[in-house]
Write a protein that binds this ligand. Structure first.
Ligand SMILES: Nc1ncnc2c1ncn2[C@@H]1O[C@H](COP(=O)(O)OP(=O)(O)OP(=O)(O)O)[C@@H](O)[C@H]1O
Ligand SMILES: [Mg+2]
Length: 358
């Protein structure tokens, strides 16, 4: 499999690599934390590569496997342990013996299984489902999570004793927006990877204005989002130099698909409603906002409405308008929307809204 290297010259990424170098050759348990797409799996791979351990890197994503199956996936089962268990099967712990076990999204491990996991880590041994004897394993464990496990502990969803057992050597990956100086190097690495994987034509380059756009962007999907964007650029601009404007128009802002007729009609209807409302005597503070009661009338025009999408569209328009009025000052915009600043920032991230409105 083609893999990228963990690149980046930022102080944060240099620290991450230093920690990997220190911990990889030992058998210490590592907990990799970071938001989605920050490179947690890549870190696990680097740790395994640098560990010098002879066995395989065996990965399991705890959130992707139904709770009922997770136990036998992790610990294996004996013949006859349950209906359908026609022969013995090893679990991932056993398969990883002598190598590295990567427990991805460990925050999603169901509570009842956490006790069994703790026992396996403490005893360096597992018991297969339906089996009574301990099977010793040469264990090297790397765990990852995008969640704040401490708050899961407070909420009673994660065992504190297990957390202290896995949080021996934490490695925290910063969000891409906090290390935007790394973007040019990461792009180079991603281009190499994409070239190999897609076997595509000549690769594009990005000029300074494009890199500037990238530095301003909040990257909610982190490096994975950057990877997707570079891949899109490879297809849209093969062999070309991509400008900031092209990044804005074609790559960054995930534009809504071409307005469907229904959506247009919906907005027209909103305009009508705004008109009626301003003339009405309802006790609405400032005109021309449509009064919520008028939304009822929409079903006179439409059989259905994508409510979530429409409400999001309204939120985006109002947030952008507030930011424009406050010249991009988030606190002011938050005040005018009667939102907390942090809530507004969350929404801006979610809807990919930038501070500078042009
Ligand atoms: N520092 C980096 N340098 C180069 N490529 C990177 C870097 N970090 C991540 N990548 C690439 O970004 C993509 C996402 O990384 P990865 O799958 O490791 O993230 P993740 O944190 O495990 O994401 P998720 O939480 O969604 O599982 C991969 O293609 C990976 O190769
Ligand atoms: Mg991952």
């Amino acid at each position: 499999m083609v893999e990228s290297e963990l690149v980046g010259q930022s102080a944060a990424m240099r620290d991450v690599r230093k920690l990997i170098d220190i911990a990889a050759p030992t058998k210490t348990t590592i907990l990799v934390q970071g938001e989605t797409g920050t490179g947690k799996e890549l870190v696990a791979r680097s740790i395994h590569k640098l560990s010098g351990r002879k066995g395989d890197l065996v990965s399991i994503n705890c959130s992707a496997i139904p709770a009922e199956l997770l136990e036998s996936e992790l610990f294996g089962y004996e013949k006859g342990a349950f209906t359908g268990a026609e022969k013995m099967r090893q679990g991932r712990f056993e398969m990883a013996s002598g190598g590295t076990l990567f427990l991805d999204e460990i925050g999603d491990m169901p509570l009842p299984l956490q006790a069994k996991l703790l026992r396996a880590i403490e005893n360096h041994a597992v018991q297969r489902v339906g089996g009574g004897k301990d099977i010793p394993i040469d264990l090297r464990l790397v765990c990852a999570t995008h969640q704040n496990i401490e708050s899961d502990i407070d909420a009673g969803k994660f065992r504190a004793d297990l957390f202290y057992r896995i949080n021996v050597f934490p490695i925290k990956l910063p969000n891409l927006a906090e290390r935007s100086v790394d973007i040019p190097k990461i792009i180079l690495e991603l281009k190499k990877l994409i070239k190999k994987q897609l076997d595509c034509g000549p690769l594009p380059d990005f000029d300074d204005s494009a890199i500037q756009e990238f530095s301003r962007y909040p990257w909610p999907g982190n490096v994975r989002e950057l990877r997707n964007l570079v891949e899109r650029a490879c297809l849209l601009f093969p062999g070309k130099v991509v400008s900031g404007k092209q990044v804005q128009d074609h790559l960054l802002r995930l534009k809504a698909p071409d307005p469907v007729a229904e959506q247009d009609a919906l907005w027209e209807a909103t305009a009508d409603l705004a008109g009626t409302t301003s003339a009405s005597t309802d006790d609405i503070e400032s005109a021309p906002l449509p009064h919520p009661a008028h939304y009822k009338d929409w079903f006179a025009y439409f059989d259905s409405i994508d409510l979530r999408r429409h409400l999001q569209d309204v939120e985006i328009v109002l947030i952008e308008a507030a930011l424009e009025k406050s010249n991009g000052m988030v606190s002011l915009a938050a005040d005018s929307l009667k939102l907390r600043r942090t809530t507004l920032i969350e929404k801006m991230k979610k809807f990919l809204i930038q501070k500078t409105i042009v």
